[in-house]
Write a protein that binds this ligand. Structure first.
Ligand code: UD1
Ligand code: CA
Length: 493
């Protein structure tokens, strides 16, 4: 071992010089207008998962090779990771050409020396930990190439790992180029590797397109490196999911389910109670605290966060919702909302963007809310709509209240103070303002501001017209029953 080798062997957690993510392929089996690698699982695109795993290695540089749907993919990548170098592959097909394009582009900025890791944009369950293991073995053993492999029950379609009698890796044979005997091999090439940059650069210069597919195979680098005297080795993973790609929507769903299973298990190990993991879906981007309880049939998406002791579900779907400590959210569909500490929402509640519910507040059954701020302890318990409004603290909004916020052209705001009590079926015709401590009678249609402490009544006084039904609806069931009731009153008197 040279001193250089010794130092690399001890720095197993060294940052690789570069990671190259291959993402130029067409992905036709998805049968989709959306490029394959932009399809999502766990709330993140496949290539987003690949970038996250790669970034976890803290490489000095990161390149992504694109070609199919180039502009769409490039825009997505720029939004995900502005510092990733986007490299265009030319018409020469093959994984070897893709890596060559990346290496050329990186070298043009500054020559790459050291370890280059190659991964795929369509292998979403690969973790940084497994890549770290690959790099540690590669550098620790001073390999020229280290390939990540797995042993599969059905290896059809994959490149097979060719080994010498003593077990050393001799090379990789693509399925289409393999003999029947080679097709019996069940150890497959994941397509994920660590290379020494100098070896990679030289070997790629020797790769041809003389094969069954007429492509530049990256896999040829292994035998070329070995012939030149380099050490070629494999890291075999037991976890086949980490090397599996999604080529069609069936595989995408299977990977999505496994990804979710892992995410949910991770949260349970971190102190979250999940009553039914099979019907609980949690995006990678969601953050949960200890002692949160998730009831069956719950989907948590996007930037949703749940604080300690909160209970979510059953049957709730929440996107970008922040749930405070000890809050309860039951059978609710929500997005873009903030729910305060100890507050309660549901059942059968629709929270739309801009809903902010204060601590200990309540939005009850069959309520729809949008762009509304509700103060501490205020309650909207049943049947209504609150939009474009501001409600103070300790206010009680009666059953069936509606903010009429839309005049057909513009939206207007309703402002309701603190300590207000509104009667059932109050309608607030915005813009309108209700002062602190005001009351409204049942059925009030409020078109003008109500001062603090006032009772507002604007429904006409009730008038009863005796005998109206018998006179105007003779012979009807109502008239017959009314008559029977009147006779009973007389005979009973
Ligand atoms: C490749 C490997 C095979 C391995 C399999 C694992 C080669 C020659 N074969 O086969 O040994 O078992 O992956 O899934 O490498 N890509 C580009 N540019 C291209 C072609 C592909 O960027 O010109 C990208 C694709 O977007 C994809 C990855 O490389 O992310 C693999 O391409 P794919 O066509 O799926 O390779 P396979 O033929 O399946
Ligand atoms: Ca593939």
């Amino acid at each position: 071992m040279s001193p250089q080798d010794a130092s690399s062997a001890t720095s197993a957690s060294a940052q690789p010089a570069a990671v190259v993510v291959l993402a130029a392929g067409a992905g036709t089996r998805m049968k989709s207008r959306t490029p394959k690698i932009l399809h999502e699982l766990g709330g993140i695109s496949m290539v987003g998962h690949a970038l996250a795993a790669a970034r976890g290695l803290a490489p000095e540089r990161l390149a992504v090779v694109v070609r199919h749907e180039r502009d769409l993919v490039a825009a997505h990548l720029a939004a995900l990771d502005a510092s990733a170098l986007i490299v265009d592959q030319d018409e020469v097909p093959g994984t070897g050409r893709a890596v060559q394009a990346a290496l050329d582009a990186l070298d043009a900025e500054a020559p790459v020396a050291g370890t280059v890791v190659v991964t795929y944009g369509d292998v979403p369950l690969l973790t940084t930990e497994l890549l770290e293991e690959l790099v540690a073995t590669h550098e620790g053993d001073a390999n020229a190439v280290t390939v990540l492999t797995a042993v599969l029950a059905d290896a059809a379609g994959y490149g097979r790992i060719l080994r010498e009698a003593d077990g050393t890796v001799a090379g990789i044979r693509e399925h289409k180029d393999a003999t029947d005997a080679e097709r019996e091999i069940r150890e497959i090439n994941s397509g994920i590797y660590a290379f020494d940059a100098a070896v990679l650069r030289t070997a790629l210069g020797q790769v041809t397109v003389n094969n069954a597919q007429g492509e530049m195979y990256l896999t040829d680098v292994l035998s070329i490196a070995r012939a030149a005297g380099g050490r070629v080795a494999a890291v075999v993973t037991e976890d086949r999911w980490q090397v599996e790609g999604a080529n069609d929507r069936v595989q995408l769903a299977a990977l999505g389910a496994e990804h979710n299973r892992r995410t949910v298990e991770g949260w349970m190990r971190a102190g979250v109670t999940v009553v039914d993991p099979a019907t609980t879906w949690i995006d990678s981007t969601v953050v949960l605290a200890e002692d949160v309880t998730i009831l069956p049939g719950t989907q948590l998406h996007g930037a949703t966060t749940v604080a300690r002791d909160a209970v979510v579900g059953p049957d709730s779907s929440l996107t970008d919702v922040a749930i405070g400590e000890g809050a309860h959210v039951t059978r609710t569909h929500g997005s873009g909302a903030i729910i305060g500490e100890g507050a309660s929402v549901g059942p059968f509640t629709y929270l739309r963007a801009g809903t902010v519910l204060g601590a200990d507040g309540k939005i009850g059954a069959f309520y729809e809310t949008k762009n509304v701020t509700i103060g501490r302890g205020s309650k909207l318990s049943h049947l209504g709509y609150a939009g474009d409004a501001e409600i103070g603290e300790d206010t009680n909004i009666g059953c069936g209240n509606i903010t009429a916020n839309y005049d057909g052209v513009n939206k207007h705001r309703t402002k309701i103070g603190s300590g207000v009590r509104t009667g059932s079926n109050t309608v607030f015709v915005a813009p309108v303002e209700i002062g602190d401590g005001a009351y409204s009678g049942a059925g009030a249609v409020i078109r003008k501001d109500v001062p603090a402490g006032a009772l507002t009544l604007n429904v006409a006084a009730q008038r009863n017209v005796p005998g109206w039904v018998e006179a105007n609806r003779p012979g009807s069931i109502s008239a017959e029953l009314a008559q029977a009731s009147a006779t009973a009153d007389i005979s009973g008197a």
